[in-house]
Design a protein around this ligand. Structure first.
Ligand code: TRP
Length: 857
């Protein structure tokens, strides 16, 4: 046995010894079309020892679906022959081989189509073709097989029209120059799937591919495209062709652990079936499956109820289908007892598969020999299976279109006008002996509208127009029902909508009507922002709550926005609201405490004034310069009261009043003390013989001194207020939820001068009092003044750092505290001993006592 390989140029055919011829379903016509159909789904690999002739492959699992496609080819050919309108003087024939779903067998069949042993015995005619070869081949189904065949046929420019191979790789005309198809390229299918994913906003999808060019390239293109619009591929797995349990189990558990709820299976029926068997075994439910066109209409998966719980709701793509009138009758007419049945080597396996019986003793299949013998009364019409469902034929229609396209090409070949042909020297083809390369030329030009109103033509890549139906697997009364829920038009321009969906008709996995969600991380709500999760795809993120002072008012924000300075974020971080205003108010605890202390201080002072005025004539009051004492007490009352101006909402007036009132009352106060100290010093000197110092610092001078020194402060204050008065100020630190209201000093120099002047007087006073502290007098006021000035200075020295480092209203509190503390210090040190004597030790309140202990004279 041998196969003839023909070399076009050398025009000779050689026989390759050692090949076995394959079963063929044929009828020779004027023009015979080759057909390749994977009528069996699997093969049992023969043992290859390389010492004996390899036996023919043993093909198993007869496919009714593919058989229907093969029958459609015959139907179309017979229809053309019968009607005679398209090709009146030509009868078409066919030669159909089973490629058994393996590239090896497909190639072998293709080789046989190029010439067989018996054909080679026919005398060779003087032309380019080897005898018995076909000028065109329809097939194969799977891309893997078609690729191998296309490489082989392409070398000889034999046109090949596939009805089911969709791999985008086959569009490459450099590698496959003679390849055409009525099946759209997967580029369009992927585009449709990507649009679907985009439309339903799934960003976390799994992709499972079959281990063949179809699955691998489809999945790769899909994964690529999906990433382009920001979605992520949760997992990408390959179903091994041997359907190994462990590998499938690993894939299923990976689907489960990935968290993807939408998974695309880009594989052929058998591979997808193996995956779903394992999914069933592991009880993997709740996945919304997306089906590629190879299994979206697979009855094997949709009819048996066992897959319902996992596959219900599946959404898939399918090429457009039509009802081909007459095909049903043609297909049901088959019967093993028909006269032409013996010519059909595939009828026996078909019949045995449909009826589950055995035709004759040696059905050839040992495994199936335990089946009962067929009775002969079997009738195809009584059976309800995939072979009897003709409502919408899709791939069979592709086969039908392929036959018609070839017929149209032959027709235009025949209508070539003499001397206006497309070939060199304007030659027309010889239609009595059709050359493949000439037919290829005409095939590429084909453009016609068929009886279903559909235009058939091939683009420059040999691809047809891509229009898909979108299908949804719904649970009907009798098993799964495949419902059309929309369509995808690959010809639509960018601004037209390619994807048209009737969303309301979709029933999702789990019998739901709500669109399933498939996202890696749920969207970040308002008030939070996305944060990338290291080592994860971009679709996976964490949601981080915005920081205080920041908000996000949209879901899925990438960043939180800062509120304006005078605004702060709410607890939910969804909106900004005006910041709370904070100042030392009359109503807060600190305010109330300070007011109480201040009022208490001024009450005490008033009380002292009262005691003094009651004992105005007593020696101790008179001895200590009662006028200055009263003035001092009065100014102390003012000091206590001036602290109140620091409390409350800062306004233009209060800001100006605060520092100036404080500055002036304090200067008045210290001046009085200073006056007293000077008086003590003078008084002592005055007691010394011959000195008349007292007249230099009598009451008039004292008054003048006090007025003058206070006037200096008044002038400083007036200048300060006119040049750069203190004004209310709002402090709005970014990181604080409050607006701090305070008085801005206006001029730091002004403030420093006011304080400095007080300090100067205080230091002078301290110095003089220090000098006078040891003067002999029974009631020497100087030591009390020294003491009070020490306290005063200590308080104000401590005040400076505390004031600078305290924030906002606390600085104000510190100042009030310093005012109160120093006022209390003065009050206590200077007046407490006197009050003690007046009230509790009246015996000491005598002129005698005051004068008695004069130690130094
Ligand atoms: N569209 C698929 C392809 O191009 C169809 C397919 C793949 C197929 N393998 C198959 C169809 C096997 C039938 C049998 O490959």
């Amino acid at each position: 046995m041998s196969v003839v390989i023909c070399d076009q140029d050398e025009q000779q055919c050689k026989q390759t010894p050692g090949s076995l011829s394959l079963p063929v379903l044929q009828r020779i016509g004027d023009v015979t079309l080759g057909g390749l159909f994977p009528l069996h789904e699997t093969v049992v690999e023969p043992h290859r020892s390389f010492t004996t002739l390899p036996s023919n492959l043993h093909c198993t699992s007869f496919s009714l679906r593919i058989f229907r496609m093969a029958q459609s080819m015959i139907f179309a050919i017979e229809e053309i022959n019968r009607e005679g309108k398209l090709l009146p003087n030509v009868t078409l024939g066919y030669k159909i081989y089973d490629s058994c779903s393996t590239p090896y067998q497909a190639l072998k069949a293709a080789m046989e189509l190029m010439g067989t042993e018996q054909d080679s015995e026919v005398e060779m005619v003087d032309n380019h073709m080897c005898p018995g070869t076909v000028p065109v081949v329809i097939g194969d189904a799977g891309s893997t097989q078609s690729l191998v065949v296309a490489r082989f046929l392409g070398a000889f420019h034999v046109p090949q029209v596939s009805y089911f191979s969709s791999c985008a790789c086959l569009s490459n005309k450099k590698e496959y120059p003679a390849f055409l198809r009525t099946m759209p390229s997967d580029l369009f299918q992927v585009d449709a799937l990507v649009q679907l994913v985009k439309h339903f906003q799934w960003t976390w999808v799994g992709v499972i591919a079959g281990d063949d060019v179809y699955g691998r390239s489809g999945a790769a293109v899909f994964a690529n495209e999906v990433k382009k619009f920001g979605a992520c591929v949760a997992l990408q797995e390959i179903i091994p062709k041997n359907h190994a349990r462990e590998a499938l189990a690993a894939i299923v558990s990976r689907i489960r652990s990935s968290g993807a709820l939408v998974v695309l299976v880009f594989a052929v029926e058998q591979d997808a079936g193996a995956l779903f068997d394992e999914a069933l075994r592991q009880g993997l439910t709740g996945i919304q499956w997306l089906a590629s066109e190879a299994w979206s209409t697979a009855p094997v998966l949709s009819t048996p109820p066992k897959y319902h719980q996992i596959l219900q709701g599946t959404i898939g793509l399918a090429v457009r289908g039509v009802y081909i009138p007459g095909l049903q009758d043609f297909l049901l007419r088959l019967h093993p007892s028909n006269p032409d049945a013996s010519e059909n080597p595939f009828l026996i396996p078909f019949w045995e598969k449909v009826f589950g019986c055995r035709l004759g003793a040696n059905s050839g299949n040992q495994i199936e020999n335990d089946k009962p013998l067929c009775s002969g009364s079997e009738d195809l019409r009584s059976m309800k299976n995939i072979y009897s469902d003709f409502s919408k034929l899709r791939i069979s229609y592709n086969v039908y279109k392929a036959v018609y396209a070839i017929a149209h090409a032959i027709k235009s070949m025949m209508s070539c006008k003499k001397d206006a042909g497309p070939f060199p020297l304007k030659a027309c083809p010889d239609t009595t002996n059709i050359q493949p390369w000439q037919l290829l030329h005409y095939l590429k030009e084909v453009d016609y509208i068929n009886q279903f109103g559909e235009e058939t033509k091939f683009d420059h890549n040999g691809d047809p127009v891509a229009i898909y139906d979108l299908l949804n697997w719904q649970l009907g009364f009798d098993g799964e029902q495949i419902v059309t829920i929309g369509m995808f038009d690959g010809t639509a321009t960018a601004d037209q909508k390619k994807l048209k969906l009737q969303e309301e008709n979709i029933i999702w996995n789990g019998n739901k009507t709500t669109v399933p969600e498939s996202v890696c991380s749920s969207p970040c709500l308002q008030g939070t922002r996305k944060a990338i999760r290291p080592n994860f795809p971009i679709c996976c993120h964490d949601c981080v709550v915005c920081r205080a002072g920041e908000i996000s008012n949209q879901t899925n924000s990438i960043e939180c926005v800062l509120c304006l300075p005078q605004f702060w974020s709410n607890v939910e971080r969804t909106a900004c609201f005006p910041k709370e205003v904070d100042f030392l108010s009359f109503s807060d605890t600190m305010g109330i405490t300070l007011i109480t202390i201040a009022l208490l201080g001024s009450l005490c002072t008033c009380w002292v004034i009262f005691i003094f005025s009651c004992h105005i004539s007593s020696p101790i009051v008179r001895a200590n310069n009662s006028e200055l004492s009263f003035l001092l007490l009065f100014s102390l009352t003012l000091c206590f009261l001036c602290s109140l101006t620091f409390i409350g909402r800062p306004s233009d007036w209060s800001c100006m009043l605060r520092q100036t009132a404080f500055g002036i009352t304090f200067v008045l106060c210290i001046s009085c003390v200073l006056g007293k100290t000077i008086v003590v010093l003078m008084a002592f000197r005055a007691t010394l013989p011959g000195s008349n110092l007292m007249k230099w610092f009598g009451p008039v001078q004292q008054r003048a001194f006090i007025t003058l020194s206070t006037l200096v402060q008044v002038i400083i204050c007036i200048i300060w207020l006119t040049v750069a008065p203190p004004t209310p100020q709002k402090l709005m630190p970014r990181e604080s939820a409050i607006v701090i209201l305070l008085c801005d000093e206006g001029s730091a120099l002004g403030f420093a001068l006011v304080l400095g002047y007080i300090g100067l007087l205080a230091c002078l006073c301290l110095f003089l009092a220090f000098l006078a502290r040891k003067l002999p007098d029974n009631f020497n006021e100087a030591k009390y003044i020294t003491f009070s000035m020490l306290i005063f200075c200590a308080v104000w020295v401590a005040f400076i750092p505390a004031y600078i480092s305290s924030p906002g209203k606390y600085a104000v509190a510190v100042e009030i505290f310093a005012i109160l503390a120093s006022s209390y210090g003065l009050l206590a040190c200077i007046f407490a001993p006197k009050c003690y004597i007046i009230l509790l030790k009246p015996e000491k309140n005598s002129r005698k006592h005051l004068m008695s202990k004069t130690s130094v004279q």
